[in-house]
Design a protein around this ligand. Structure first.
Ligand code: GDP
Length: 593
């Protein structure tokens, strides 16, 4: 009565440790793709933004046929802004594959997701990948993994994890680090042998928990999740149990299973299957689709409340439309509301102006990923400084406080503590692991975290890891928290083309102005370099005070160009400034409406 031929697993890997290559190889060797069918879309993180930020954002499903087994692999996002999503994915699977580079070993970024997996009692398999690397040090890497499991509170069964050594690049695997077999057989077999099959019964009344959302112009909302109990059929009438306790009738218009990277229509599916359902209008994450004769809701899934908001505006600068194709308020509105179809942690509110919308989300990364996606799709827009959402409790203003957990090298502790002190963080715990790493725990007003990530990575030379999650509301602390920009930054408003000549490595130190360039005080300008970081020049304040416009021969002395992330640029915004974002450049300027 249960589906013994299904395995549902989540995959956890630090960026570049080979997750995509591994899943590609598993697909290829299993013949889930027929030979003539090229693997066109690479498995897993096909999104550049994810790669650049060292995280994965969208959970994607891959399904692999091996012998008569169906192995569903769900990708996990690695950042705490998506903690709610990770939590939901963990409820959808029975095991995890932890992919670790045989040379680099455990990277702390994977800890956050691994901790969640262990807490949910999932069965782990460790894949030591890139075993072909000449500098591979598998024995040490396994020791590190074991230490990490102990630190994260793994139980005895979890500590007994199987290890598969593999080279995803060469398509080889084995239980022996010294000798690789010519295929991925060992990995398939380990998954099939060790990961528990679903234990839910197909003979009980239907229950399906909506865990992830997708959206498609033709099908509308698509609910993805695991059939928890019973059988689901195309055309079947169902009852939707709403989050607020209400219910409504609906019908399964279309039902899909997964095959390889594609969704394929299926007539029916049963307990343990991961499926996608289309045709239920307004369906949302956390709702249960149930048998109308036995409508029972599954426990409601936690959805993180938004803690941060920004105003998104139409770019009204005189240069609007030069770089992007989507510039009208109508376009902006449609795009924002479309995002709501798939992102439950996002809110969009209209304002008195048709050109402005208030967008609330889980954190800076969450909102900046939306901005970054829009920019790459060709939108021009302007955004305000992010601000935390203050709540009124018993007539008192309360602000969100986050619990911040950081793992840092011991030698960067002084600098990190100082930077957090100025952001009104309060240390609540400290553990020195004795291996040169320390873990510190803080309570910090959410606004203190705005723009902190980049600063933190600089202070820890990239070795620090920070994770934060909402803790509570606390009294609003007065005074300044976080940074303000010190230098005066300039922009050339003469058009995009001029930026490219002006801001380059050869021109370091001097901003050459094109004819007709106007220089406003209090503006930052940047352009996106090849890595899509924002490169800005900071001008020396004194030399700008009298410059309102400049001619060809004028130059403005610059300090060394600095590289910004979008999050950092947003931090530098003052309250009365906006950040104009176009596909090619970023400008910070005073009021634009
Ligand atoms: P992801 O970010 O985890 O999805 O990593 P990718 O699968 O994109 O791999 C990152 C890089 O590592 C790519 O250049 C791969 O070719 C390389 N890579 C992946 N697996 C292996 C492996 O087994 N051995 C070696 N030497 N390189 C690998």
């Amino acid at each position: 009565h249960v589906r013994k031929n299904i395995r549902n697993i989540a995959i956890i890997a630090h960026v570049d440790h080979g997750k995509t290559t591994l899943v590609d190889k598993l697909l290829q060797q299993s013949g889930t793709y027929r030979d003539h069918e090229a693997v066109q879309e690479r498995a897993m993180d096909s999104n550049d933004i994810e790669r650049e930020r060292g995280i994965t954002i969208l959970a994607k499903n891959t399904a692999i046929n091996y012998k008569d087994f169906l192995i569903n692999i769900v990708d996990t996002p690695g950042h705490a802004d998506f903690g709610g999503e990770v939590e939901r994915i963990m409820k959808m699977v029975d095991g995890v594959l932890l992919v670790v580079d045989a040379y680099e070993g455990c990277m702390p970024q994977t800890k956050f997701v691994l901790r969640k997996a262990l807490e949910h009692n999932l069965t782990p398999i460790v894949v030591v990948n890139k075993i072909d690397r000449p500098a591979a040090r598998p024995a040490e890497v396994i020791d590190e993994v074991l230490d990490l499991f102990i630190e994260l509170g793994a139980n005895d069964e979890q500590l007994d994890f199987p290890v598969v050594y593999a080279s995803a690049l060469n398509g080889t695997s084995s239980l022996d680090p010294e000798k690789q077999d010519d295929n991925m057989m060992t990995l398939y077999e380990t998954i099939v042998d060790h990961i528990p099959h679903p234990t839910e019964s197909v003979e009980e009344p239907l229950q399906f928990l909506v865990t992830l959302m997708d959206y498609n112009e033709y099908l509308g909302r698509i609910a993805i999740g695991r059939v928890n109990r019973g059988v689901i059929k195309q055309g079947q009438p169902v009852t939707v149990m709403l989050r607020d306790g209400g219910m409504k009738s609906a019908r399964i218009e279309k039902l899909f299973g997964f095959q390889g990277l594609k969704r394929i229509e299926v007539a029916e599916a049963g307990a343990g299957d991961i499926v996608a359902i289309a045709g239920i209008k307004d369906i949302n994450i956390g709702e249960t689709i149930a048998d109308p004769n036995n409508p029972e809701a599954l426990p409601v899934l936690k959805i993180d409340e938004p803690t941060l908001q920004m105003t998104f505006l139409v770019n009204t600068s005189p240069f609007a439309g030069r770089e992007g194709k989507w510039v009208t308020s109508r376009r902006l509105r449609d795009r924002l509301f479309k995002e709501l179809e798939t992102d439950v942690s996002l809110r969009v509110e209209e304002t008195d102006s048709p050109d402005a919308y208030i967008v609330s989300g889980r954190g800076e990364l969450h909102l900046s990923i939306l901005i970054e996606n829009m920019r790459r799709e060709g939108y021009e827009l302007a955004v305000s400084k992010p601000e935390v959402i203050v709540k009124e409790v018993d007539g008192k203003k309360m602000e969100p406080i986050e619990r911040l957990l950081i793992d840092i090298p011991e030698d960067s502790m002084g600098a990190v503590m100082e930077s957090l002190g100025s952001r009104k963080a309060e240390m609540v715990n400290m553990v020195n692991s004795g291996n040169g790493q320390v873990r510190l725990e803080f309570l910090i007003p959410a606004r203190g975290l705005i723009g902190y990530r980049t600063n933190f990575l600089t202070l820890t030379r990239g070795y620090g890891v920070m994770n934060n999650a909402f803790d509570s509301y606390g009294p609003l602390v007065g005074g300044q928290v976080g940074g303000r920009h010190q230098g005066v930054l300039v922009s050339s408003e003469s058009g995009v083309s001029t930026f490219y000549g002006m801001i380059g490595v050869e021109d370091r130190g001097t901003l050459f102005l094109e004819p007709g360039t106007e220089v406003y005080e209090g503006m930052i300008v940047g352009e996106h370099n090849r890595d899509n970081d924002i490169v800005v020049n900071i001008c020396k304040e004194k030399q700008l005070t009298n410059v309102r416009s400049a001619s060809k021969d004028d130059t403005v002395k610059m300090k060394t160009p600095v590289i910004f992330s979008l999050e950092q640029a947003l931090e530098y915004l003052n309250d009365d400034e906006y950040c104009e974002i176009t596909p090619k450049s970023v400008r910070l300027r005073k009021k634009i409406l």
